[in-house]
Structure formats: C-alpha cells, structure tokens
Design a protein around this ligand. Structure first.
Ligand code: MN
Length: 385
C-alpha cells in the first residue's frame, strides 16, 4: 500500500522538495492533496504533474483560475483557509506534511491530529504557538508527530532505539547565518539582500530572515521543548558554521550522539515520510576531506537579540511564545518590505512582549486572540516608529 500524502504549502521550499522525494519513490508514496497560499500558477503545474485527488488554494480570488486550468482533469478544486482546515480530515490521507509558513498552520494541524493522521511537521510555528495544546491532542488522538525541521529530525534520529533512556540535554546546532562574522554596526544597517544570503541552506524568505536574526534557533528551542518534553535548561544552542552536525543529544551517562550529513532538507523530509524505514537515496554524500574542521562557538545574544527574546519566551511559557511569534511574523514581513532596520525588529518584538497580556494557561481561543492582538500591536508600533 502506498502512503497517501497531503502537502500543505506545496509551492514553498519544503513542499517543492517533498514532491521531489515523492517523485523518486513513486512505488511508496502518492500525492493525495496539495495546498498553496497564493501561488496558483505553480499549484496548477504541480497538480497536472502529480495528479492529486484534490487541491486547495487559500487565496479565494485565485479559485476560478485554478478551477479552469484543471477543468479537464478529475482533480477537485477548493479555495479558502477553511477548506484547507477541512480537507486534512479526509479518510484517504495517511500523512499530512505541514509545510506552510507561520500561524496559518495551526488550525489545519489541529484538525489533522484530531483525525489521527501522521503529522510530518515542517511548520515549527504551530508548536511554538500552541505546543502544549498540540502535544496533548496528539497523545489523545494517537497521532504521531514526526519532525521535518533538520535539527529536530537529527534529535529524533539520535533517540531512535533509545527507548527509555532519558535525554540529559540537547544541543541545537546553528550555522550562525550570514552575519556570524559581521559586527553590530554592519548588522544594524544590513539590507534584506544581505540577510537573505544564507551560507548553507536554501530556504524560503521568512525562515532565511529568521536565520539571520537567529530567531529561527529560538523558535526551534521552543519546538524542541514540546517535541521531546524538555525543560528550558535542557536545551542549548551551539554555533557550528559548517552545518554538518544537524544537532546532538546528550544522554544521562554523558554520551553524546550527533546526526550528520550535508545540509539538504530532502533527507529529513524523506525520513519523516518513510519513518521508521530509511530509504536508499542518491543525495550527495558527505566527503570528510572537504570538511577538515568542525568548529563550535557560543552564540552572541548581544548581536542576535532575537535569540535571547525567544529563550525568555521559552522560559516564561503560557501565551508568551505566541505573542513573540506573531510579532516576529509581522516584523520580518516589514523588514522584507524595507520598513524596518535589522535591530528594529528586535526592539519591536521586545516591546510587544512587554505590552501584551500574559496568560499562563491559554485555551485555543486565547491563542487565536493573542495572535490577533499581538499582530495589531506590532503593526501599530511599526507605524508609530
Ligand atoms: Mn531548522
């Protein structure tokens, strides 16, 4: 039996690479559903190649364009965010790959969990915003969450087979991004074109800016807390500019396991889809001769203030990560639109975290309201600056 896969966010970087993985293992996987936010053109192209049962375009104004382009096929076409949230419940889906960006992933992921699907989780914001709720629902509904994020996939691979052996701590590795060697003044004035030049990974714009600010590593620390039931003090970030060690786990006897490989998201995507089996691949192999040195250093939280803010949110808990995430999504967008300087992103996130209402035990409605209010507050701070 082939595993039938729904890809939420198929036109993004992870979605495109997931389709490449599926294409090279057509005997094992088939595409059941594809969804996209705005990119109707690529969604249509993908639908014609992979022939899914259904496609959904979130942007309702693009519905007729997609519908007409697929009129001669038997592919069902839907539009709107509500349709994405509904379609994941379909009986014909085995695995839901959540590869959309930001808070928009929350409700579809919740619905997929409630329908007991296997979740290949690439949308880290879902766990950042509502990790407590998501992990609880996953246990109740016997839904397995398999991380796609390379660091979390690394940890997941390291603990595979360790059964009841406890994690003492984890080391999330970080490349340090394009500004690792730059000084404060340079970073302060850095344009988005420089922030978008990631040294090792080829990713979407939002996550590339998050890597430049190191907010990405902060979000990943929160993601790891929920995926692996860790306390904040069990999570450490170490800069490893070569991006060959994708993360490490230290066990209670002091032994450390690392997962290594060339930086290529196709590997964690494939592992999430085929888990617990490893599939033969033709991904480029690591040649140690090209990496005579692995280096490590502590992150500088004076230069990368967002990392410190994220650890503060991690320790505070409640709706604080949700507040921070919403503010971050808005400021990254503003930075990409040249409305903010690099450190103004941190200034505004910090101020939104100070000014928002803290809730220790939020409900789903609290998260939705928090997200909404935090976005509004962030926008007003950007306007009034
Ligand atoms: Mn990552």
């Amino acid at each position: 039996m082939k595993k039938r896969i729904a890809i939420l966010g198929s036109t993004g970087s992870i979605g495109i690479q997931a389709l490449e993985v599926i294409e090279s293992h057509q005997d094992l996987f088939e595409v059941e559903v594809l969804t996209a936010n705005h990119n109707s053109e690529l969604l249509i192209k993908q639908a014609l190649i992979y022939n899914p049962n259904s496609v959904v375009i979130a942007d309702e104004s693009k519905y007729s364009e997609v519908k007409e382009a697929l009129i001669k096929t038997d592919i069902k076409v839907f539009a709107g965010e509500k349709s994405i949230a509904q379609i994941v419940e379909s009986d014909t889906i085995d695995i839901v790959l959540t590869a959309m960006v930001g808070f928009s992933g929350l409700i579809p992921t919740i619905n997929a969990i409630k329908s007991s699907k296997i979740i290949a989780l690439a949308n880290k914001e879902t766990l950042v915003v509502a990790g407590e709720l998501i992990t609880k629902l996953a246990i109740e509904n016997k839904s397995i969450i398999i991380p796609v994020d390379s660091e979390h996939s690394a940890i997941f691979q390291c603990i595979s087979g360790e059964y009841n052996n406890k994690i003492e701590k984890i080391y999330l590795t970080a490349s340090g991004g394009p500004f690792l060697e730059k000084d404060y003044e340079f970073i302060k004035n850095a344009k988005k074109s420089e922030a978008l030049k990631h040294p090792n990974w080829n990713m979407g714009n939002k996550i590339t800016i998050d890597s430049a600010t190191m907010m990405n590593k902060g979000l990943e620390a929160i993601e790891a807390k929920w995926l692996f039931s860790l306390k904040p003090e069990q999570i450490d970030v170490v800069i490893h500019p070569q991006s060959i060690i994708h993360s490490m786990v230290q066990f209670e006897d002091g032994s450390i396991k690392a997962q290594m490989g060339l930086p290529d998201m196709k590997l964690p995507i494939q592992y999430a889809l085929s888990y617990p089996t490893r599939l033969k691949s033709d991904f480029k192999r690591l040649d140690f001769a090209n990496y005579p040195m692995f280096t490590f250093m502590q992150p500088d939280t004076k230069k990368f203030r967002n990392l410190a803010l994220a650890f503060e949110a991690l320790k505070t808990g409640g709706n604080m990560p949700c507040i921070m995430n919403a503010a971050n999504e808005i400021v990254v967008n503003a930075y990409l639109n040249n409305q903010l300087g690099f450190y103004e992103m941190s200034d505004i996130i910090e101020s939104v975290m100070e000014k928002s209402t803290f809730i220790q035990k939020p409900s789903l409605d609290d998260y939705i309201l928090t997200d909404n209010l935090s976005r509004k507050l962030t926008l007003s701070l950007i306007e009034s600056k």
